[in-house]
Write a protein that binds this ligand. Structure first.
Ligand SMILES: Cc1ncc(COP(=O)(O)O)c(C=O)c1O
Length: 277
């Protein structure tokens, strides 16, 4: 990994002003990208979600050319790494109301690829149902904003035996995983929760829905209950780094893995090479 793996507004530094609104209020958005062989997986959809998240928060988007150049500068030559991209509204004084003119801050940093055992892909993971309930927030639902305290608290609930936790909202609807989206597959029917009140509209979620349609699966985005989860034949989580993690155990319920899940997993998991296992 290159020596200085952080660029703030294009400069190699680790220093960010304490006046940055990303720090004061979580006033910004972020993306977590997989770098494989020096290439960014799904760069265009990530940049497009970043832009739409910024537009929802009325934060001006950074210059796309500079952003792409900086991303490529950090990713160049990396066999496998995680690149995190944060854009905040920039610096401001005290008080919630943003200054009349703002200069957004962009922070790009490179992290080591997490060394999750390959059996999480091949055999599935253990998951639990989090006690924490997500609050409904239609103004923020879907976007990858920086306010992630619910996810922080939920991840502190996870014991050592579980790799992911299932998050429900206050009405008992299943929303997503702590750091992932969730899917239920029964026969030919692939379902993922609708995210109009909470949750992040994952880039991998969109990819999976596309690939699944191409495979002839019937996809739906709708309200999902714990009853639906218990009745599902297979269950899996997705994000840009893990690709797909099938679930083998959720609380006391065991799930199987089938060829359809394996095909989806192969199609969307970055750098997945079953032949190497
Ligand atoms: C809360 C949450 N939901 C969903 C996702 C999946 O998003 P993506 O597929 O874009 O990585 C993530 C990814 O980090 C996440 O943190």
């Amino acid at each position: 990994m290159i020596e200085h793996a952080t660029l703030i507004n294009g400069r190699p530094t680790d220093c960010l002003s304490h006046r940055d609104r990303g720090l004061s209020y979580g006033d910004g958005v972020f993306e977590t990208l997989a770098v494989i062989g020096g290439r960014i997986i799904d760069l265009d959809p990530h940049l497009s979600r970043l832009r739409s998240g910024l537009a929802r928060l009325s934060i001006p988007a950074p210059n796309e050319r500079s952003l792409r150049d900086e991303i490529m500068q950090l990713a160049a030559g990396e066999a496998r790494a995680v690149l995190k991209l944060i854009v905040t509204r920039g610096e401001g004084g005290r008080g919630y109301l943003p200054p009349a003119t703002v200069e957004p801050t962009r922070v790009l940093s490179l992290f080591q690829w997490p060394d999750h055992p390959e059996r999480y892909h091949l055999e599935g993971i253990a998951a639990s149902v989090c006690r924490l309930r997500l609050s409904g927030s239609p103004a923020l639902a879907g976007i990858k904003h920086l306010n992630r305290l619910e996810n922080v608290l939920a991840s502190m609930e996870l014991g050592d035996e579980c790799q992911e936790g299932l998050l429900l909202d206050g009405e008992g609807s299943v929303i997503e995983g702590i750091a992932s989206n969730v899917f239920l597959l029964t026969g030919n029917a692939l379902t993922t929760p609708e995210l109009s009140r909470a949750g992040v509209e994952g880039i991998t979620r969109a990819r999976i829905l596309d690939v699944a349609t191409g495979m002839g699966l019937q996809t739906s985005i709708k309200r999902v209950s714990m009853n639906d989860v218990e009745r599902a034949e297979t269950l899996f989580f997705s994000n840009s780094i893990i690709g797909i993690w099938p679930v083998r155990q959720l609380e006391n319920r065991s799930y199987g893995l089938n060829d359809r899940v394996r095909r989806l997993l192969q199609a969307v998991t970055p750098g997945f090479n079953p032949a190497a296992n």
